[in-house]
Design a protein around this ligand. Sequence first.
Ligand code: CAA
Length: 389
Amino acid sequence: TITPVGIHDLSFATTHYALDHAVLAERLGVDPDKFYLGIGQENMSVAAADEDIVTIAAAAAKPILDRHGVDNIRTVLLATESGVDQSKAAGLYLHPLIGLPNTARVVELKQACYGGTAGLQFAAGLIARDPSQRVLVIATDIAKYELGTPGEPTQGAAAVAMLVSANPAILQLDSQSGIYSADIMDFWRPNYRTAAMVDGKTSVNAYQKATQEAWTDYRRNGGRELTEFAAFCYHQPFTKMAFKAHRHLLESQGHTADAAEIDAAIRNTTIYNRTVGNSYTASLYLGLASLLDHTGDLTGKPLAFISYGSGSVAEFFSGTVQPGYRTHLRTDANRDAIATRIALDYDRYRVLHEAESPSDGMYHAIPEETGRPFRLAAISGHKRIYESR
Ligand code: CAA
C-alpha cells in the first residue's frame, strides 16, 4: 500500500513594505493599466533593510512549529534563489530564531523558482521511506530586477513554509508527475550580481513550452485528465503569466477555451500573488494558499500544479484536497500579512533597492528597525546577526 503523503500545514509571510504599481507607473511614465491588466499586478512586497529571505522564512515557519511542535521533523529543506550565503544553508540561521530541532538535517535547494517543488517532492520521498517522519519545506525569495528594466514591475517577496507528512490534513499528493528539464538562458543571476538577468520574451515562451512538455510527461506517467481539475495553480512571475500558460496548455491539447473559462480555472490562485508580486520559489504555493483561502468547499477536488524554474525545470503534478482542510487554513493571518504592509513612496523604494550589503568585514548595525518579530540586526566580521523579539 502507498502511504498518503502531502501538505499537512501551510503558512505564508511577506515583507514589511509594499510598493503600489500606480506609484511605479507614474514614475516610469507608463499607463498603469499595463501593470494592472497587461501583467496583472497591483502591488509588490519590498523588503526593509532589516529583512531578508531568512527573516521572512522564520516568520512563515514559526506558526507551523507553534501549532505542531518539532517532534519527528528530521529534515528541513529551504529553497531559495536569493540566498544570503554561497556555502551555509539559510535554514541553519533559523535554529535560534524559531527553535528548529538539532536532530534535523538542514539543506538549501536551488533551481530558480522550481526549488520549492523539488523540496516538496524530496520530502514526499523521505516520508514514503519512513511515514513517522515529517519534513519542513520552506520556499523563500526576494525577487529583484534592475531599476528601469521590464522586470522591475514583476518584483516581489514572500516565504511559504509547509509541513509535509503522511496522512496530510490539507492536500494529498498524487504519485504521478511530469517533468521537463532543458538548458536555456532565459533567467539567471551570476554570483557577482544581486539583481537577476532576464530575457523576458524568451522566458515567457520557455515557460509555456515547458508547461506543455511537463503535461505530456504527466499524462505519459498515468496522470489525470485535464478536465478533472477543479483549479490550476501555476508559478506566477506575474499573474498574467498563469493565464498565458493555461491558454497555451489548453490550445496545445486542441481545446479552444475562452478568456472566461481560463480565468475561472486560475482566478482564485492569483489574488495574493497580484498584490505580493513574484516570490520565485514561494509563488506557486502562495497561489495554493490564495486558492484555498478564496474558494468554497474544495474537499475531494483534484488540483493541478505547474512549477517552472528558469534555466529550466518544469513539473506538472497534482493532489487532492482533504476532508476537514478548512479548519487548518490560516486565512486571517495570510490576509493580515498582506494588509498590514506599509506603503512605500518611490524615493524610499529606490533607496532600499540601491542599498548594498557591506563587504568590508567591519561591524555594521542595520539602521532600520521595523519592529518585525525577526530581523537582521547587523553584519559583522562577514557574519549575519539575526534577532528575534
Ligand atoms: N493596457 C493594457 N495592457 C497593456 C497596456 C495598457 N496600457 N500596455 C501594455 N499592455 C500589455 C501588453 O499588450 C502585453 O500583453 P500581452 O503579453 O498579452 O501581449 C503586456 O501588457 C506586457 O507588455 P509588454 O510585453 O510590452 O511588457 P514588457 O516587455 O515591458 O515586459 C516581460 C513583459 C518581458 C514579461 C517583463 O515583465 C519581464 O521581463 N519580466 C521578468 C521575467 C518573467 O517574469 N518571465 C516570466 C517567465 S520566466 C519565470 O516564470 C521564472 C521567473 O519567475 C522569473
